[in-house]
Design a protein around this ligand. Structure first.
Ligand SMILES: [Zn+2]
Length: 437
């Protein structure tokens, strides 16, 4: 892999749509030919990912590239270990049967690592999008401070790298998800209120610790989660999709017409700080009355349990704590049910604003919203029906994420792999790589 460092914002969403774009053909100045070749390699590779295994003739037909070019591209992708050939294509649609070409997921992996307020997680996807490794640990990041937290993240990434190496693969890149504002040019987390972080150089901190020869990016966690939902969630490829994280902080990722909405400074989606909360309650950001003060995880725990209740202990695994709350709700515990009803209503108040503004086809609820969604949905829907201006919620559906707490790390791993689909020549030919120390 080449070290391309932080290369700006991830482009997972727009690139995934390029399958249908016209291929770039030759006939340009010689200086462009390598670029044309790279684009066409990426086109074929992406087509195999998005449309499944198929013959060279079928690839040519689908992409508009000529068959000789496709054969040459497939041969090069094979040399780089990115595709393999297998069974005979007998679908009969394109001439005589030929060997089927398929994506080979073994050569390269993308790594996502997430830092959140009370846990850190990592997940590795192979080129086909299959999970090959995942791990999550409880972590009291605000108490640990940036240096120790980055040590812990680096250790998690080290485990993931071990898993990648164990498969004989190389890492395509690493994306770090953080619950805060990220300056994409240098990977500095400018503000992460619930971590208590200001101007923390996460990218440099991890580079120093990892000595990595692959690109590292730092991204907002809700944006990565939205990308994951768009790429591989139950509502994948829904052009207008809005994702809401239910964590200690509440963030949003907005996909409009298949593109992640970034805003002028790349900072859009901070829905948790809409002034829709309790004016008397101070948010992690220092302001009063933010939406996340009434819908964030802290609000749920405060409403549902006393301070010394184990479900409020950040040192314990979050899923275990949520399972306990779920158990109490299923048992009909009045305090728990009351807390969930209040959260559902407050969630509806803000979601109604977002539907009025963005007119999404679907809102995907992630994080703890997804875990406890069956108790949130009824009050949430009632609130939406009362507050959304357009009839029928403007067509919006609300669904629970099936990616759970892995959405951000999946999005991160997906974004890391996009660099390979953009430029398959980043992966060295297998023979050459084998001769490299
Ligand atoms: Zn706030």
């Amino acid at each position: 892999m080449r070290d391309d460092a932080q290369r700006g914002p991830p482009e997972g969403v727009p690139h995934a749509r390029r399958t249908t774009a016209l291929p770039i053909r030759g006939g340009r100045a010689p200086a462009d030919q390598a670029g044309v070749r790279r684009s066409n390699l990426g086109l074929v590779l992406r087509h195999l990912r998005d449309s499944g295994p198929r013959s060279r003739a079928r690839i040519a037909q689908d992409t508009g590239l000529n068959k000789a070019t496709v054969s040459s591209l497939v041969a090069e992708l094979g040399e780089r270990g990115l595709v393999g050939t297998g069974d005979v294509d007998r679908d009969g649609s394109v001439g005589r049967p030929g060997l089927i070409v398929h994506l080979d997921g073994r050569a390269v992996c993308g790594i996502g690592v997430e830092l959140n307020v009370d846990y850190a997680a990592t997940l590795v996807l192979d080129l086909r999008g299959e999970v090959v490794f995942e791990h999550r640990v409880p972590l009291d990041a605000p108490a640990m401070g940036p240096e120790r937290t980055l040590d812990e993240l680096a250790a998690l990434v080290g485990e993931a790298l071990g898993a990648v190496a164990g498969r004989g693969a190389v890492p395509a890149g690493l994306t770090v998800a953080v619950p805060g504002l990220v300056r994409s040019v240098d990977g500095v987390v400018t503000v992460a209120p619930n971590l208590g972080w200001h101007d923390v150089p996460v990218l440099d901190g991890l580079r120093d610790r990892l000595d990595a020869a692959f690109p590292i990016r730092v991204e907002n966690d809700a944006n990565l989660s939205a990308i994951a939902e768009w790429a591989m969630g139950s509502e994948a490829r829904t052009p207008d999709l809005l994702y809401l994280t239910g964590e200690v902080g509440v963030g949003g990722g907005v996909i409009v017409a298949g593109q992640l909405l970034r805003g002028a400074g790349g900072l859009s989606g901070e829905v948790g700080h809409m002034s829709l909360g309790d004016p008397g309650r101070v948010c992690g950001c220092g302001r009063s009355g933010c939406w996340e003060t009434v819908v964030g995880l802290a609000a749920l725990l405060r409403e549902a349990a006393d301070r010394d209740d184990p479900v409020r202990d950040p040192g314990r695994d979050l899923e275990t704590r949520l399972a306990e709350i779920e158990r109490r709700a299923a048992d009909g515990d009045v305090r728990t049910l009351h807390a969930l009803a209040r959260i559902g209503t407050a969630l509806g108040t803000g979601a109604a604003v977002l539907i009025n503004v963005f007119n999404p086809a679907v809102i995907v609820l992630g994080g703890y919203f997804a875990v406890l969604g069956r108790w949130l949905m009824e009050p949430l829907t009632a609130e939406l029906e009362a507050r959304v201006f357009a009839p029928g919620l403007a067509g919006a559906r609300v669904v629970l994420s099936t990616l759970g707490f892995t959405a951000a790390v999946r999005g991160g791993a997906h974004v890391a792999l996009e660099s390979v689909f953009d430029d398959p020549t980043l992966v060295q030919p297998v023979a050459a790589a084998a001769g490299t120390p």
